[in-house]
Design a protein. Sequence first.
Length: 323
Amino acid sequence: MNNEWITAAARLQAQQQPFALVSVLRVQPPASAKVGDKALVTADGAIHGWIGGGCAQPAVIKTVRTALADGQPRTIRITPTGETAERTLGDVLEFGMACHSGGTLELFIDPVLPAAHLTVLGDSPVARALSVLAPRVGFTVAVVAEGAAAQDFPDAHTVLPSDDAASVCAALPGAGFAVVATQGRRDLQGLKAALALQPRTLWFVASARKAGVLKQSLLASGEDAARVAAIVAPAGEPIGAQTAEEIALTVLVAVVAARRVPLVAATAVASKAAAALLAPTPEPAAAKSCCGGAANKAAAPAEVKAPVETADTVVPKKSCCGN
């Protein structure tokens, strides 16, 4: 058996690079591959190992790219035919192969993705709890907080003692997930640093009212409206969490769920939210009479005004994340 793929897998995992492990499940002769043959295949088409000749490689590379995009394994069958069409047969994707060599191959394609990255911004009890919990479900964690000390976050992969947006971008990879858990200490700076990373999803541990005020401040400072609108606050699932550890757990549940959601869907939600944030408040439509014209204002019932919310009438939130 060619074990070249083992060396390549160790190297790519050390570099946090994605790849797929392709294994031969079934062979119908004539075919050069054997059951149990394996190869590591990357998105750029590099193949380390042996899974058959050149006729099978285009179908394998195409499927590997799809698997790396959505993280889902696949079984494919490559069989001789006069056409190169592909079709789905149950849970198997079949590719026609017009090569003269003949033979049928069935392969299992298993994507291996690097650990998802989570940036936690803030030095609060919730931030500390998140830095402990997230690595246990497969995240590499970076903590960003002004004056943070590495010994206070022993489970974090990286600890940055500055929340300056430029410094954070230079030190950390983007496109992961981010949670701002500043809880009243440098909230705006934490949000700006998180937005600069352009994460797939950004949560803010705060009440909806506080988040609304800070979102307006971010817009006034020139931040991108779509990204500001996409900030999720309150963060986490509404289960009545009270302690820092419980709140961190609810936020982590949301992060894990978002990790499994296709990026396209998340982008569509962000665009819709941005449009709602920027849209002007619509004027109430004029009442219509039975003949289609405007109703007589004098005949209209008196306007009933909604009670004005004051500090005395606001119902206090049960936790810092709005639960």
